[in-house]
Design a binder for this molecule. Structure first.
Ligand code: HEM
Ligand SMILES: *[C@@H]1O[C@H](CO)[C@@H](O)[C@H](O)[C@H]1NC(C)=O
Ligand SMILES: *[C@@H]1O[C@H](CO)[C@@H](O)[C@H](O)[C@H]1NC(C)=O
Ligand SMILES: *[C@@H]1O[C@H](CO)[C@@H](O)[C@H](O)[C@H]1NC(C)=O
Ligand SMILES: *[C@@H]1O[C@H](CO)[C@@H](O)[C@H](O)[C@H]1NC(C)=O
Ligand SMILES: *[C@@H]1O[C@H](CO)[C@@H](O)[C@H](O)[C@H]1NC(C)=O
Ligand SMILES: *[C@@H]1O[C@H](CO)[C@@H](O)[C@H](O)[C@H]1NC(C)=O
Length: 322
């Protein structure tokens, strides 16, 4: 009896010690919810599958939500906070307004996750898992999502205005932008492959299809039909016209024939020995190389300035702080 209690006491001290270490150097881990919410991942996956089945573009939209969350003060779900009478958040920032979508799907996922374990799973983790599950639902490769992010209690519209790259950037500006965020040029190219999914508004590519010379003229003419030089700002065209709802390497193949939709897309391939040309060619000829690099870069992106331990909170409603 005495020896049992000694063992328990040793175990207790040992665990308290580990908890203290954990709090001091809190890191994400793949099994973060394995005891606190064992059904979290399957609940999110089913909800993403249903949303993508209902509307295939939603996979693209959920992937982009995670990107716009992470690049603005880290992966903390700050993008999900609604504006209120006395608070202006990120949804109305230039890169997000009238463009980022999927907020309702995140609400649906969050309420389903709250139903299985209330107050345990963060909105920031839901965004990271939903991005991965979207890629998988549309034919891409899976990766292990690191978990344990917590949610911000604030958001910054001004930060959102300057921390998301604009489609007007040239190659050196893109490289510098991603470098400032801790990413290599190789990771910039890999992450840009997300544009194998989804749609852009006319306003995001109008200058390119009317005034640029490094665009395939057949493509430019055909895009002009649905994107007039004046008006029609919200008319959509696919970023990857070959297969906009399949996660594949077709985006890179299009760049080889000057068929990138955005100015920033075509910057990655010039055909004149640009610094990223060979990587674009290599992804165009090997989807497995692209998939591996994309997955690794997504894990790194999901790690940006995360809140862990006792920082931030676990929001009960992703749209507002507790
Ligand atoms: C390299 C710099 C990038 C630039 C300049 C850029 C810019 C843009 C722009 C302008 C749009 C269209 C928005 C609209 O017209 O409403 C778009 C869409 C999209 N972006 Fe990016 N992006 C970049 C990188 C990324 C990254 C790293 C990801 C994800 C990992 C991503 C995922 C997406 C997706 C999936 C869409 C389509 C969304 C939908 O259909 O709802 N982008 N991007
Ligand atoms: C399904 O997608 C449509 C848009 O195509 C949307 O209006 C509707 O709300 C979605 N339904 C569900 C249940 O998500
Ligand atoms: C902001 O408004 C909300 C109601 O929308 C109120 O509960 C909150 O106390 C206000 N916060 C500040 C700092 O004024
Ligand atoms: C890229 O844009 C910057 C800022 O406009 C400019 O200084 C630079 O010369 C441009 N680089 C190239 C290669 O066009
Ligand atoms: C194309 O360039 C011309 C001359 O600089 C300019 O007047 C026009 O507004 C541009 N058109 C678009 C759609 O950017
Ligand atoms: C323009 O696109 C068409 C269709 O993909 C392709 O056949 C043609 O080679 C492209 N032109 C150039 C100059 O790349
Ligand atoms: C995530 O960030 C932490 C802290 O900055 C770092 O120690 C860790 O190596 C990073 N992991 C990945 C996969 O980038």
């Amino acid at each position: 009896m005495a020896s049992t209690s000694k063992i328990s006491s040793f175990k207790l001290q040992c665990c308290m010690f580990l908890v203290l270490i954990g709090a001091a150097t809190a890191q994400l881990s793949s099994n973060f919810y394995s005891s606190s919410c064992p059904n979290a991942l399957s609940t999110i996956q089913s909800a993403v599958q249903a949303a993508v089945k209902n509307e295939s573009r939603m996979g693209a939209s959920l992937l982009r939500l995670h990107f716009h969350d992470c690049f603005v003060n880290g992966c903390d779900a700050s993008i999900l906070l609604d504006d209120t009478a006395n608070f202006t958040g990120e949804k109305t920032a230039g890169p997000n307004a009238n463009s980022v979508r999927g907020y309702d799907v995140i609400d649906t996922i969050k309420s389903q996750v709250e139903n299985v374990c209330a107050g345990v799973v963060s909105c920031a983790d839901i965004l990271a898992v939903a991005a991965r599950d979207s890629v998988v639902a549309l034919g891409g490769q899976s990766w292990t999502v690191q978990l344990g992010r917590r949610d911000s209690t604030t958001a910054s519209q001004s930060a959102a205005n300057v921390n998301v790259p604009a489609p007007t950037l040239n190659l050196s500006q893109l490289i510098t932008f991603f470098s400032n965020k801790g990413f290599t040029t190789q990771e910039l190219v890999a992450l840009s492959g997300a544009h194998t999914l989804g749609q852009a508004r006319c306003t995001s590519f109008r200058t390119r299809i009317y005034n640029e010379t490094n665009i395939n003229s057949t493509l430019a003419t055909s895009l002009q039909a649905n994107c007039p030089s004046n008006g029609g700002d919200n008319n959509l065209s696919p970023l990857d016209k070959t297969s906009p709802t399949t996660f594949d390497n077709a985006y890179f193949t299009l760049l080889l024939s000057q068929e990138g939709l955005l100015h920033s897309d075509q910057q990655l391939f010039s055909g004149n020995g640009g610094t990223t040309d060979s990587q674009v060619s290599s992804y165009s000829s090997s989807s497995s190389t692209f998939f591996t690099d994309f997955a690794n870069a997504m894990v790194k992106m999901g790690n940006m300035s995360v809140l862990t331990g006792t920082s931030g909170e676990i929001r009960t409603n992703c749209r507002k702080t507790n």
